[in-house]
Design a protein around this ligand. Structure first.
Ligand SMILES: Cc1cc2nc3c(=O)[nH]c(=O)nc-3n(C[C@H](O)[C@H](O)[C@H](O)COP(=O)(O)OP(=O)(O)OC[C@H]3O[C@@H](n4cnc5c(N)ncnc54)[C@H](O)[C@@H]3O)c2cc1C
Length: 480
């Protein structure tokens, strides 16, 4: 049957199934009301990615009965899908002679790195020997070990880890959120709690709860490639021979110290045919790796015409990115010594992007806050990395603070936000959205949510002194 015959047959049978109303402007289906099974917690964290894992660990360790709801079958989010290295646990001391080296991010994020190290899943904080105007260290990870280690940590902390479960709605009473509605193969359920953290990257729980948001669409979407069967040493020599090596770092690789763990090349300095085609494909060449013969990160970009919350636009981008990935690997095989027999060993299950929704919070971190190294009376986290360095660096290799207010979702009493969904200014966001920053937000938000649940108070009624004490007791570093 062709499409025309099929349409005729459908018309003959009648256009609408029961419950479907139709008019010229819009079709809709009136969903019947339904009783949902209820699960009760102190804290619910939506999204088990970069920030959400840390938020759930922090909440559970404060004694809160905590659920973590994650759409995929594993934890880690963009850390294990999109990124190259964890930026950054240190201040930019190497770029500022005379400035002291400071390990500014500690607490749970550092504990995750320690656990990764025990499992052979990280280069450690390896010092950069070229490109240290960008970062002073490179912390490369094995993304598969990261998934396992974070899931085990959550299990040990007693978090109810609900993977393969999508947050699909919210229950709001006045200015309070009382529940998150989740969908899984077990059905639709209501997760009730006293305090909530949205770490979904896209701010799904905030949007369902009616929080204010915008959709800036200010980044390209990306699906990065992990490419295996590559000689990193040959690739290194190739980049050097074209004066195209921008960043270089040696660290632990497959258990051996002093191995290449980070290489960043500048395509424009490479043979013109390669440079032109990789520009057209939106491909850049950075690797951070913890394994021999493995080039962990070739970024393939595609700029969506509309916000990444558009399901149909994203579907087109997913296909386009996969076409570009194969062409990119063919390009490397043809032009780059050491990559002749390379193949795609890893892609992300779905595209990644640096921003979806931007959620309105009580405070919006500004670019001067970041670049001028400002601190606040309600700092909950300090950070010293900017992804646009050396063009933009934090003053004197210092740090800026994330104020607690910047995590409180405006207009809702008991909802906190973490990660890439906060900070409106694009250049400030180029700092706050990095992995280690999102992890720091997570520890602050999870701790605050647990304290609010214990005191049965709203996020604005929590005493900063109590939050600060709890964070310090859990190893979080503060500058003053
Ligand atoms: C291509 C790319 C490269 C990058 N490279 C680097 C880099 O090299 N170094 C660096 O430091 N930073 C890098 N970043 C930035 C950094 O990785 C992200 O900003 C950061 O990881 C975001 O953390 P998050 O906690 O906000 O979100 P995520 O880590 O994305 O976590 C969100 C989680 O929520 C889940 N989720 C989403 N919606 C729902 C829902 N409705 N219900 C349940 N679960 C849901 C997702 O599955 C995911 O696990 C990169 C980003 C991209 C896109």
């Amino acid at each position: 049957m062709n499409r025309r015959d099929f349409s005729r047959q459908v018309l003959a049978l009648g256009s609408a199934a029961p419950g479907i109303a139709s008019n010229q402007a819009a079709d809709y289906y009136q969903e019947p009301a339904k009783k949902l099974p209820v699960r009760k917690y102190d804290v619910v964290v939506a999204g088990g990615g970069t920030g959400g894992v840390v938020a759930a660990l922090a909440a559970a360790r404060q004694g809160a009965k905590t659920a973590l709801i994650e759409a995929k079958g594993y934890t880690g989010g963009t850390v294990v899908e999109g990124g190259t290295a964890l930026h950054s646990f240190y201040n930019l001391w190497k770029a500022f002679p005379g400035v002291t080296k400071r390990h500014v991010v500690r607490g749970i994020p550092q504990e995750i790195v320690d656990r990764l190290a025990k499992a052979g899943g990280t280069s450690g904080h390896a010092e950069m020997s070229k490109g240290f105007n960008y970062d002073s260290v490179c912390t490369a990870i094995d993304t598969e070990i990261y998934k396992l280690v974070t899931m085990e940590l959550l299990e040990e902390a007693g978090v109810d880890l609900c993977v393969n479960t999508l947050v699909a709605g919210a229950i709001r009473q006045g200015s309070r959120l009382t529940g998150a509605i989740a969908e899984s193969r077990s059905g639709r359920e209501a997760f009730l709690a006293r305090a909530f953290v949205d770490s979904t990257a896209y701010g799904d729980l905030c949007a369902h709860a009616g929080a204010k948001f915008t959709e800036p669409n200010d980044y390209a979407a990306c699906n990065s490639i992990g490419m295996a069967n590559v000689s990193l040493e040959k690739l290194h020599r190739f980049l050097e021979s074209h004066d195209a090596l921008e960043q270089y770092c040696e660290g632990l690789r497959d258990g051996k110290p002093g191995q290449i763990v980070r290489l960043q090349g500048r395509s424009v300095k490479l043979p013109p045919e390669f440079a032109k085609e990789s520009g057209r494909l939106g491909a850049t060449m950075t690797t951070t790796t913890v394994h021999d013969d493995y080039f962990m990160f070739i970024k393939v970009n595609y700029k969506l015409p509309v916000s990444p919350t558009s399901r149909d636009a994203v579907a087109k981008a997913e296909l386009e990115l996969r076409r570009r990935q194969l062409k990119t690997v063919e390009l490397f095989r043809k032009f780059v010594p050491g990559c002749e027999k390379a193949f795609i060993a890893r892609t992300s299950p779905s595209l990644n992007i640096r921003r979806g929704r931007l959620i309105a919070c009580d405070y919006d971190i500004t670019l001067p806050d970041v670049l001028e190294a400002r601190h606040f009376e309600d700092d909950v986290f300090v950070y010293g990395f900017h992804d646009s360095a050396p063009r933009m660096q934090i003053k004197n290799g210092g740090t800026y603070g994330t104020p607690y207010r910047a995590l409180r979702v405006a207009g809702i009493d008991n909802l906190l936000a973490t990660g890439m969904m906060i900070t409106s200014n694009h250049d400030a966001h180029m700092s706050t959205r990095n992995t280690v920053s999102c992890m720091g937000h997570g520890q602050a938000a999870g701790t605050a949510a647990a304290l609010c649940a214990a005191k049965n108070c709203g996020t604005r009624d929590l005493k900063y002194a109590d939050l600060r004490k709890a964070l310090e007791n859990s190893g979080v570093y503060f500058e003053s």
